[in-house]
Design a protein around this ligand. Structure first.
Ligand code: IPD
Ligand code: CA
Ligand code: CA
Length: 266
């Protein structure tokens, strides 16, 4: 494992310990509403602080973008992007599908990624050019062709209801072509599962950079493809994401295309 991934893993495990410490005592947490359907608890905040402390021990000058604490300005060439708890709604309901997501971008290119599911003790890691791993075992995307017999992950645009109609049109177009569609509630884990061959494809509207910064490198390093709704690299900016093995990625793009509103084409 690359030394930087080791540091990110240590940080993710510390956050995971905090997350698990409280997962049976959710009633004791203070839950705030950041925006419509967007919750945060002190676990998210404590987990993020633990990650930042760990990163700063080794890299005091790097920039950090954290979902809960915002921007820590530092060397612009090295930017960590952190989601301390992806799947907060699941967590707050005791639905065990959530993860810590940590990525390092060097000169705006993803170089290292860790997605850690503390409940299932599954650690997904990748370094640019070095492949993707689940608990040290190499993982790869599936090799299915076309959409038939595929299992597709997605997320509902519950934070951006203006896209619900377009989303439902995409859903109606994809649904009859595939074996199943899953909305598991953690985009970081959805992408990690795609990398591990548990899903064949994925699409979602309006994600944040911290939801996908790590998962996107896992997908690429597992041999998968990821882009925005026009198949471009801009998905980190728009948050509109399509991913899959090469064939499923192409087919999903084709199926989604007729349902893009002008806003979603940007
Ligand atoms: C959310 C999860 C979810 C996705 C949402 C994200 P959070 O992250 O990734 O799957 O549908 O759009 O905001 O808020 O639990 O960190
Ligand atoms: Ca998230
Ligand atoms: Ca989060």
């Amino acid at each position: 494992m690359h030394p930087t991934v080791n540091i990110a893993t240590r940080a993710a495990r510390k956050a995971g310990d905090i997350i698990l410490r409280y997962h049976n005592q959710i009633d004791l947490l203070t839950i705030e509403n950041k925006a419509i359907n967007d919750f945060v608890s002190e676990v998210d905040q404590a987990a993020e602080s633990a990650i930042i402390d760990e990163i700063k021990k080794s890299f005091p000058n790097h920039s950090i973008t954290g979902e809960e604490s915002g921007e820590i300005v530092g060397d612009e060439d090295f930017r960590w992007i952190i989601d301390p708890l992806d799947g907060t709604t699941n967590y707050l309901h005791g639905f065990p599908q959530y993860a810590v997501s940590i990525a390092l971008y060097e000169k705006n290119v993803a170089s290292h990624a860790v997605v850690y599911d503390p409940f299932k003790e599954e650690l997904f890691t990748a370094s640019k050019g070095g492949g993707a791993f689940l608990n040290d075992q190499r993982i790869r995307v599936t090799d299915t062709h076309g959409l038939e017999d595929t299992l597709i992950g997605t997320g509902f645009p519950f934070k951006s209801p203006q896209h619900l109609d377009a989303y439902l049109d995409m859903f109606k177009a994809i649904h009859p072509k595939v074996s199943g569609i899953r909305r598991a509630g953690s985009a970081a884990l959805d992408l990690a599962y795609l990398a591990a061959g548990r899903l064949d494809g994925f699409w979602e509207i309006g994600l944040n950079i911290w939801d996908i910064a790590a998962g996107s490198l896992l997908v690429k390093e597992a041999g998968g493809f990821i882009g925005d709704f026009s198949g471009r690299e801009k998905f980190l900016d728009t948050g509109n994401v399509v991913a899959g093995n090469q064939s499923v990625y192409k087919e999903l793009l084709k199926t989604i295309h007729p349902h893009l509103t002008t806003q979603l084409q940007r």
